[in-house]
Design a protein around this ligand. Structure first.
Ligand code: PLP
Length: 380
């Protein structure tokens, strides 16, 4: 029997013709050309010794990015949410108390995931655009005495950087594990997993690493691995079970699932770019270009939404002037200038724009392009 294909189908799929967007939203950000080139490299098998060398390189370079000596540190197949889910699915046992600091959209996602894995979830909250003080974190820990505290280092929905100084010590005092979302900070904003006593952290490829989405990063320290080792019930997510994944990413190199080979090439090149530049130089570049963006925005009458002390350099939220229709502006930027910036998410919808200057995209010419275009749209 012939497979059914209608004439309209047969003739309706044109060749891909993708516009050359400048991706200055909350991610994905544009991939570095060297990363795209690496991804076009021919395939290897997922157990080929040559591929295993690349896996080793990815693990070692990720340790540098996370600033950790953790032996558990590897790329996860799937986007940032997969790494978030890997952390939560493995660390949470049904009935565990999990405390989540919610000051934006991604704190809510962590709470939702923890609940799905059977945690008894409590939240402590701050208005979107604010961060938690150490005292507020300390009080919440004392009140809830959780097994795990979840915090978002870089809240992409609000542009807020959460200080983690001293939080690890507080957690240790209470026998709590500290889980940190570093999706929009890794490779762009200072992060010290070991020094800050972070027990588990994860990130994603498509933000400050300038690699396409689809692969993410995860690290867990000894305390976290001990909790996982002492589990009394199996991890209820097979794909992300660390004891199974550890046999592929650890010494044994036993098949678990087919690794996304070309995304591993991509993140390998992305990590090499970070190593070449050096973390400190890269953090400084992100800071400098964020400052430049804010100075240029002020010249055209726009103000940052977040105060300087807790403002992220990788994702800058901009207050939408009262008389302006936020969505009309983002549509005009996309249609007329090929520039993508983000609209507000959740309760900030219509109130802010989100401008990402991440990784390869954190450059003065991009600041000039987006502010010139915004000026023309708003002020001409
Ligand atoms: N956490 C934060 C802070 C994020 O910004 C994102 C994505 O934007 C995620 C988690 C989820 O990552 P992904 O969309 O790659 O699954």
């Amino acid at each position: 029997m012939e497979p059914r294909v209608s004439d309209t189908h047969r003739n309706s799929f044109s060749q891909l013709n993708v516009p050359p967007r400048l991706l200055l939203g909350p991610g994905p950000s544009n991939a570095h050309p060297r990363v795209m080139q690496a991804m076009a490299t021919r395939l290897l098998g997922h157990l080929d010794p040559e591929f295993i060398d690349i896996m080793d390189g990815n693990q070692e370079m990720l340790r540098y990015l996370f600033q950790t000596d953790n032996s558990t540190c590897f790329p996860v197949s799937g986007t940032g949410s997969a790494a978030m889910e890997a952390a939560i699915a493995n660390l949470v046992e049904p009935g565990d108390k999990v405390l989540v600091g919610v000051n934006g959209y991604f704190g809510l996602r962590m709470a939702e995931m923890a609940e799905r894995y059977g945690a008894v979830v409590s939240t402590f909250n701050k208005p979107w655009g604010e961060s938690f003080t150490r005292q507020e974190i300390s009080m919440a820990l004392r009140e809830h005495r959780p097994a795990i505290l979840c915090l978002v280092h870089a809240e992409t929905s609000t542009g807020v950087r959460q200080s983690l100084l001293g939080v690890g010590d507080l957690c240790r005092k209470h026998g709590t594990l500290l889980l940190v979302d570093a999706v929009s900070s890794l490779g762009g904003v200072p992060l010290f997993v070991d020094e800050w006593k972070i027990d588990a952290a994860y990130s994603a490829s498509q933000k400050c690493l300038s690699c396409p989405p689809g692969i993410s990063a995860l690290t867990l320290g000894e305390r976290a691995m001990e909790k996982i080792g002492n589990r009394s019930v199996k991890v209820s997510n097979w794909y992300l079970d660390l004891t199974l994944l550890g046999r592929y990413w650890g010494r044994e190199r036993i098949y678990h699932h087919t690794a996304p080979i070309n995304l591993n090439y991509g993140i390998y090149e992305a990590l090499r770019l970070v190593v070449e530049e050096g973390l400190e130089a890269r953090w400084e570049r992100h800071r400098r270009n964020a400052d430049l963006l804010i100075a240029q925005l002020r010249k055209i009458g726009l103000e940052p939404f977040v105060r300087k002390e807790i403002r992220l350099p990788s994702l800058i939220t901009v207050s939408v002037p009262e008389e302006v229709d936020a969505r009309k502006v983002t549509t005009a930027l996309l249609d007329d200038y090929n520039i993508e910036i983000g609209n507000g998410l959740g309760e900030l919808e219509g109130r802010v724009w989100r401008i990402g200057l991440m990784g390869f995209n954190s450059r003065p010419e991009n600041v000039a392009m987006v502010t010139t275009a915004l000026d023309r749209i708003l002020n001409d």
